[in-house]
Ligand binder design. Sequence first.
Ligand code: NAP
Length: 244
Amino acid sequence: MNTNANKTVLILGANSDVAKQCILQYQEKDFSIIASSRNLDSLENFVEENDIDSSKITLKYFDAADFSSHQRFYDELPTKPNIVIYSAGFLVENQKALHDFAGVKQMMEVNYMGAVSILNIIVMDESTKNLERIIGLSSLSGVRGRKSNFIYGSTKSAFTQYLAGLRQELSSRNIIVNVLVSGYINTKINAGLELNKNLLMEPDYVAKHIVNVGNSFSIVPNFKWKFIYYILKFLPESLVAKLP
Ligand SMILES: NC(=O)c1ccc[n+]([C@@H]2O[C@H](COP(=O)([O-])OP(=O)(O)OC[C@H]3O[C@@H](n4cnc5c(N)ncnc54)[C@H](OP(=O)(O)O)[C@@H]3O)[C@@H](O)[C@H]2O)c1
């Protein structure tokens, strides 16, 4: 018996290149999907291009930074989700961000505040027992403060810490929380940035790690990035300060 057929995945920020690959992979596993984004036209094209069964996907408008809309967004969902993925993200390059507080504020709102706003609403809903798992897409840039990316990194660090605490809070209800701690992915958020091609991962590869995640908290796709992750985590501050 296929146990996924009655389950629903809610993707918040579903126009992300990684999220779109998650949609395809969850679809293969027979989940129903609620794909939510500010850009429904792009999602409609994606559904059409990939011949996704329209009875298995619902598209819903969601703006992570419009906090006051979040309760109504959740109340109006056609089904309360079993799995929730928060993939909305916004990046302003560090040197620019140092002079652009509007951009910084948007990073804080999309990468952290919006996530806390909607996820708190979802987990506090006592009217459903559907919720099994929450997966947040965070970043290796949130592991240590480094001069090349500490502003975006600090929003991701806050998000990771929120998810760690949320995992503890929800464990007695058997709800699992995972965090994707990802290195560079070949997606539009990095457009125009010069990144080491040897370290660049494709969105479908990262999506596979998300869709097949287990019980441990952190997901760090790719052995090279795992190695970098552990070095970064334990490196003394005096050496971190020498990194870009
Ligand atoms: N690519 C990387 O190297 C990398 C590494 C570590 C972590 N991540 C994280 O992974 C997640 C997915 O990113 P990605 O790599 O797939 O890049 P992406 O394709 O640029 O996806 C980011 C998505 O966030 C959405 N978004 C931005 N502001 C939003 C808002 N106010 N409300 C709703 N959605 C909003 C964007 O929507 P629109 O398309 O409508 O603008 C975009 O689809 C992000 O959280 C990112 O920070 C990425």
